[in-house]
Unconditional design. Structure first.
Length: 257
């Protein structure tokens, strides 16, 4: 993949930058691009939802990016795309997109189906500079995106009830940057944040909508399997271990204290 990423948006604008900056240059770029992020909007009834994850070899600098497209509301996978190659940017917390996004974009460009919503295993605006990998990808690809992280990078949240569907707002210096969301009873929460072109309430809704009895929502759960070479779409059948979810939004159980 070229060191320069050029994405043409529907408005015929170009957004380009190097994928091999210094840390100082990367920080400056994040601060500049974060001003372009749209933190509002609702995704109403997408036909296709994409999940993205990247696996990295423990013994080399090679990575494998996988995009899994699921049909909504069945959440059955209808297409997968992969890209493998070297990861040139070092692993530095807060700069994951510079390491993984080039392979992700390469895999994305192979898709025949164009998703209407992207869920990324990583941070959105719940990031020190409000520009995590889910935000970076959403802006580059000009698509509503949600950050769905398994751990917290920054911010604080209050008490979180044990019931599935509960959430507690994640704040940083008084600013709401996301939410800790309990997707399964008595299991560690996920940290959900706006990526791009969607608000927080709608982001939480789609994460809960996409859960089928596991901690992770189906898009990123299947993307994780695919990135590790353990997803066979020809044989896979969604488990649907939870009750069928209809078109109405599920009850979001926010903390009361």
């Amino acid at each position: 993949m070229s060191d320069i990423a050029i994405i043409i948006t529907p408005m015929d604008n170009c957004l380009s930058h190097t994928w091999s900056p210094s840390i100082i240059e990367a920080r400056t770029l994040q601060n500049e691009l974060s001003a372009r992020v749209i933190r509002k909007g609702s995704v109403l009834n997408p036909r296709f939802i994409a999940g993205i994850d990247v696996s990295v070899s423990r013994f080399s600098k090679l990575g494998r990016a996988s995009v899994v497209v699921l049909e909504n509301p069945s959440l059955l996978p209808v297409e997968t795309s992969h890209a493998e190659g070297a990861l040139y940017f070092p692993y530095v917390p807060g700069y994951l997109s510079f390491r993984e996004a080039p392979l992700i974009i390469e895999a994305w460009q192979k898709l025949r189906i164009r998703p209407e919503l992207l869920i990324m295993d990583g941070q959105g605006i719940a990031h020190p500079r409000r520009f995590g990998i889910a935000t970076h990808l959403g802006l580059l690809l000009d698509i509503p995106s949600i950050g769905c992280a398994k751990s917290r990078l920054t911010g604080q949240c209050g008490f979180l009830p044990d019931e599935a569907g509960s959430y507690s707002l994640l704040t940083d210096n008084g600013e709401v940057i996301g939410a800790a969301v309990r997707t399964r009873k008595s299991v560690k929460p996920l940290y959900i944040s706006i990526g791009h072109r969607i608000d927080l309430e709608n982001s939480i809704y789609w994460i809960l909508h996409c859960c089928r009895g596991y901690r992770l929502p189906e898009p990123t759960r299947l993307a994780h399997l695919a990135a590790n070479g353990r997803l066979d779409c020809d044989r896979y059948v969604a488990p649907h271990r939870s009750a069928k979810i209809g078109r109405k939004q599920p009850c979001l159980k926010r903390k009361t204290a």
